[in-house]
Design a protein around this ligand. Sequence first.
Ligand SMILES: Cc1cc2nc3c(=O)[nH]c(=O)nc-3n(C[C@H](O)[C@H](O)[C@H](O)COP(=O)(O)OP(=O)(O)OC[C@H]3O[C@@H](n4cnc5c(N)ncnc54)[C@H](O)[C@@H]3O)c2cc1C
Length: 298
Amino acid sequence: MISDQIRNLIGVEVKDDCDLASFTTMRLSSRGTLIEVLETQALVTLLPYLNNHQIPYLLLGWGANQLLPPEVPGVVLHLKMPVSPESLEELKPEYDFPASAGLNQLTALAIKYGLKGWEVFTGIPASLGGAIYMNAGTNLGEIGNLIRTVTLVTPTGEIRTEMIGAKSFSYRKNYFVKPGEVIVSATIAHQGIDQAISQKIKEYLEYRKKTQPLATRNCGCVFKNPHPTIPAGKLIDLLGLKDLQMGDLRISPKHGNFMENTGKANWDQFSSLISIIRYQMDLWYGIEFELEVKIPYH
Ligand SMILES: Cc1cc2nc3c(=O)[nH]c(=O)nc-3n(C[C@H](O)[C@H](O)[C@H](O)COP(=O)(O)OP(=O)(O)OC[C@H]3O[C@@H](n4cnc5c(N)ncnc54)[C@H](O)[C@@H]3O)c2cc1C
């Protein structure tokens, strides 16, 4: 399926029939062709190749809000552009980072200098690219408000820069990544220096540890909150569904909107559990639950 032209391309590593379970935080079993991308320039060749040969591809960041099917059609792209150590040392008004940078690296920088605004993504397991795509956030705010520009590679291999504005994001959603485009880097600003930020981040991390099952294999929130003041987890809890188990998959006893893989949970168990929750929500509350977790090819 993948020609030698691509296998020999500088800046990519092709891994056939790869075990992809460890590439998602929930670790459902999955296999497929993985292409690790180490340079933006490689995407300029790779994306037109995949599109011209009608090979489907999906982007995988940390796989913290994405579940892969047992056999992934086409290829999985995983960005591994290096983050320059200097960029994690300096104090600047704004920073350019590759999409492969981890939010944990940015949080370490925020703690070091007290970067105001960066507390909003405290503890979210994510690559910067995945966090921008999802407009990740906490009840302190969303990452989208800090992003100034996003650079993408288009399916035809052009590099384009998106200027971020008031209408670029909404709750867990972006409006500018077009189908087939890949986020390769972004500029992120802060709102000044505040020495209280490092303490705020540490306290918020403690709060998250108490309220979310962080030590388990899960994919973050499965459903979007149906309304800003109505958390999906609370509704699941009210219906007494917490702890419901389907094989090795259970609704977290700690947080109703998290599902935990306690052993060898599989795709079918996940599908069954979300169907039960959606049916119950519709039956008792007349609410149609929308998935937050991305499930490609579903
Ligand atoms: C324990 C736990 C706690 C969590 N807590 C939170 C929380 O508090 N708030 C929150 O918002 N989320 C939370 N999440 C969910 C998750 O961390 C976020 O959604 C995060 O943004 C996903 O980033 P990722 O790099 O893992 O992306 P993935 O899950 O790999 O991908 C998510 C989507 O982004 C797309 N994508 C990824 N990279 C790119 C790219 N470079 N270009 C184009 N598209 C791309 C993917 O194709 C996919 O559609 C949590 C998850 C876990 C496991």
